[in-house]
Write a protein that binds this ligand. Structure first.
Ligand SMILES: [Zn+2]
Ligand SMILES: [Zn+2]
Length: 344
């Protein structure tokens, strides 16, 4: 089968690889119908996240079940399914708490041996362990590319809002309008936010957020703090989502949040940085950080997409062939695309 493999920094290749086979009762083999290229794939592409040469990458996928082990009973051969970007064991202490994203035996698709040694989804075939927990049937009538978002990007945007404890009637600000930020905008509005301020420096992304119903604020051409304050009687918003994952936007999130509000950091922070902790303490803020618990949210997210309350379709800017993956990664790396969907 053909698969997109990591070769070296800034180099991926479509290679012929052996077909995976079901060897364990909880595994399913799927024929991949569509896969996505994600921001976290770029970390691999740039060599910041170490992956072995020749490892198949990709972790967003929709496919058809070709074969299933004896213990797989929630999906069946022939089902069209979507998957979550990682697997979880369902029996460790974290899983028993429902914290699947912190599973002690978590394995992430397409991230090399250090994250569970699970080959990726940018391929013709994919072996899915823990299929009962990892896979869901795609609801009737839902497109492959809409379903693709439920197991990763939309699940992550939803988590950013849910993890903040956002309530109907709240005001929200979202910093960074990449795919996750834009999904967080939708999730906040679907959850009953009365006003969502969407902050970025790319005009097209601000326009898209506005088309979803958000109030766009240009990061540098406007003054986000002033704009948010004046629209909230000087108080700031109830919830701020940092979908960037750097100290600077986190500092801005702290300044935009009202007293005793919540800052939800969904962007991937790395290393150290300075943030105004004193201000966060004085304001009595809650900081909620970390990777999204997508397995816990996937059914609600699918339900909201099915009901038309969430709609990831506008985020797909490019449809490309799996064979053109090298070009697709270049386009994505140049920030010319919001979401690229690959078809084998
Ligand atoms: Zn992803
Ligand atoms: Zn577990």
């Amino acid at each position: 089968m053909r698969a997109v493999t990591f070769q070296a920094a800034n180099e991926v290749r479509v290679e012929e690889k052996p077909e995976p086979v079901v060897t364990t009762a909880d595994e399913a083999l799927i024929r991949v119908e569509v896969s996505g290229i994600c921001g976290s794939d770029l970390h691999i592409y740039h060599g910041r996240v170490p992956v072995e040469q020749g490892f198949t990458i990709g972790h967003e996928y929709v496919g058809t079940v070709l074969e299933a082990g004896d213990a797989v009973d929630r999906v069946a051969v022939g089902d069209r399914v979507l998957g979550c970007f990682h697997t979880a064991c369902a029996t460790c202490v974290a899983c028993l708490r429902g914290d699947y994203h912190r599973c002690e035996r978590q394995r992430t698709f397409g991230h090399g041996s250090h994250l569970g040694d699970l080959q990726g989804a940018q391929a013709e075939l994919l072996l899915v362990p823990r299929a009962n927990l990892t896979l869901r049937r795609v609801p009737e009538g839902m497109s492959d590319e809409a379903a693709l978002f439920a197991g990763d990007v939309m699940g992550t945007g939803y988590h950013a809002v849910a993890h903040a404890g956002m309530r109907s009637g709240d005001t929200v600000a979202v910093l960074g309008l990449g795919p996750v930020g834009l999904c967080a905008v939708q999730a906040a509005l679907a959850g009953g936010a009365v006003r969502v301020f969407a902050i970025d420096s790319v005009a097209a992304r601000l326009e898209m957020a506005a088309s979803f119903g958000a109030t766009p604020i240009h990061l540098t051409e406007e003054e986000p703090k002033k704009a948010v304050r004046s629209a909230t009687d000087g108080r700031g918003v109830d919830v701020v989502v940092d979908a960037v994952g750097d100290p600077a936007p986190l500092a801005m999130a702290i300044s935009l949040c009202r007293d005793a509000g919540t800052v939800s950091g969904i962007g991937a922070y790395a290393g150290k940085g300075e943030v105004p902790l004193g201000l966060a303490w004085l304001k009595g803020l809650q900081l909620r950080l970390g990777l999204a618990n997508v397995i816990a949210h996937v059914d609600r997210v699918l339900g909201l997409i099915e009901a038309g309350r969430l709609d990831p379709a506008p985020l797909v800017t490019h449809h490309m062939k799996l064979d053109d993956a090298a070009e697709a990664y270049e386009i994505y790396d140049n920030r010319e695309a919001l979401k690229i969907v690959l078809t084998p």
